[in-house]
Design a binder for this molecule. Sequence first.
Ligand code: SF4
Ligand code: ZN
Length: 736
Amino acid sequence: MSKIIASAAIRGAHKIVANAEEKVKKAIDKHGEKQEIGFPNTGYYLPITYGITGKKVENLKDAMDVIGMCKKLLPPAPKANNPLPYLAPALDAGMVNFWATEVAEAIRYLEDPNYYAQGEDPPDDKLWVGAADDIILRKRGVEFVDGSAPGFAAILGAAPSPEVAKNIAQELLEKSLYVFMGGQDEHGNTFSQQLRDAGMDIGWSTRLVPFSDSAAAGAAFAVGFATRAAMSFGGIEPGDYRKILIYNKDRVFAFAMTMGLVTDEWYAQGTGVVNYGFPVIADTPIPEVLPTGICTYEHVISNVPHDQIVAKSTEVRGLKVTIAKVPVPVAYGPAFEGERVRGDDIYTEMGGGKTQAVELVEMKDMNAIEDGKVTVIGKDLKDIDPGTRMALGIYVEVAGRQMQKDFEPILERQIHHLLNYAQGIMHIGQRDIAWVRINKGSVEKGFALEHIGKILHAKFHGDFGSILDKVQVTIFTEEDKVKELTEKARGMYKTRDERLADMKDETTDPFYSCTLCQSFAPNHVCVVTPERPGLCGAYNWLDCKASNEINPTGPNQPVEKGDIIDKTYGVWTGVNEFVKKASRGNVESVDAYGILRQPMTSCGCFEAIAAMLWTCQGFMTVDRDYKGMTPVGMKFTTLAGTVGGGAVTPGFVGHSKFYITSKKFLSAEGGILRMVWMPKKLKEEIAERFNKVAAELGHPDLLDKIADETVGVTEEEVLAYITEKGHPVLSMDPLM
Ligand code: SF4
Ligand code: ZN
């Protein structure tokens, strides 16, 4: 490593550690050593510190310990006449800089809890979102695992203009990368504000993540995210720093870009990033570091022009990008999935309650349709004034030797993300509550309604070529025609729903497995039955069956039930054999319908998690969207951190929201008649189905007797409420 960089990085780290130490001291004077600190909603404490050293920072005393660790590892500041340091001390300085920055940021969260915006995307009056919480980690991190996002670019500073920033960001997005942003250039400009000024939406949902106005925090939040991904998805133990660094070097395609004057502190961030095997690319002339063999990507490349910076970065990092080519005049790829279309930008809006929009996939005979034919019936985009609403019907007819009626809903569900992948097109909902917005920019580029058909034709062939040979698409905007299609579709939805609703576990064999989540929870297996969908809510029995037929060696395998061992708890010899094998011997037996003895494993992407409340002798369940405290004394994220990972945890089980209203929901121990607490919004969401099942059980008003956060978040408050309401659990036998 260049001596200039090494010295600068060490000087920078000294400043950062000194600054953090001062902050900790001041905070201790003000709040005392026992004051709790941390990043919001995470089970990973200060993630880099926790991942690399195993140290859990829970209070200010722990923070002081970390400062001590920093000082111990930090090489002495280079003096003018000192022999200059070489690589290792600079890398140590880079690492120490992250720990100290995390401590300083934890104190910022303590002193100014509203400094950063909460949630995925900043509101218009805020720019920075701060550290990602565990919900974002699970949702977004899995994209790094399944390859839909190969990695991220961490940008420090600002581009020379909003236009240049926009071009760079768009180029990165087209490669499906996340863009993490932090810091300001020497003029006080920030990349995030530049993107906003150029009219781009920023936030996690557009993959343009504005972490912090501080470069140190921006880099630490980005690297903290990568560190947590290694622990969460790679199953690496906190403190196993070697594995964490190697996981990132090998699996996360990340690099840092510095834009503008590089300060000593930035050099410290840069060397910190190099520790993880991420190269640093600068737009200014700084000394370069080329590979020395110590780590593959130990690179600093300097003075790269802006129109080449993305190409250079991906080349240095060795990123191979495959962009799905579909014949449309706008950019297309997963990076555009979260992009919103709103306000003045809307060219047309279809569905969403204002007009009818519907989509239907139907199987046809091979000879009845023509592959690739796209017809638009009614007005097209060029025929209407901007701002006009239209009705919309998307009717996809498919045929193929391997095609089955059961695959229709699976193909239909793809329409959502396949349309969202197109830049400037937003798709929400499904079936007869679809909602599509198209922005002005894409219409200017020549986007027309036939392109919806072209996208579906190309992608259906690409992704489902094994089951279909022909795809024909008709787009309706004529109101009468849309109405006609809607009626036809409703009839078909009903038949589909009844088909699964009529199926019973008792009379169905085989069940299906799902092991999709083993990529990050190696012992996890979902056994999916007609009455018990996978815990993520995305796979029901029919989906698994179809997926197995489409891809026979894939993650969904038939599970022969074998002999019944316990009817009440839902235990079968065949299921146990399968689970034992699929969990590599870690799980020998599971209860499909129980929580207390040996519930199914939970991976981490469950929609909700149920827990036993002993004082009430009942269950609570909490879903991912509820961020507050629960009567079991833990928030959803803590529960997910404790129970996830593919373990069997008696007393806790992850499940889909739909499963709550299945008659088999924890039926071994009393089912919904024992449900005593749920978040209010979840109650509202499932009310219709819940009330139906409750009525069948003879308790039509059960939902009102179930407490929620407006009643309280302690077992005592819940008990008082259910006692007052005469909840049926009170007359049930105690469980233990
Ligand atoms: Fe499959 Fe279960 Fe993971 Fe859902 S949670 S993807 S059903 S393994
Ligand atoms: Zn999962």
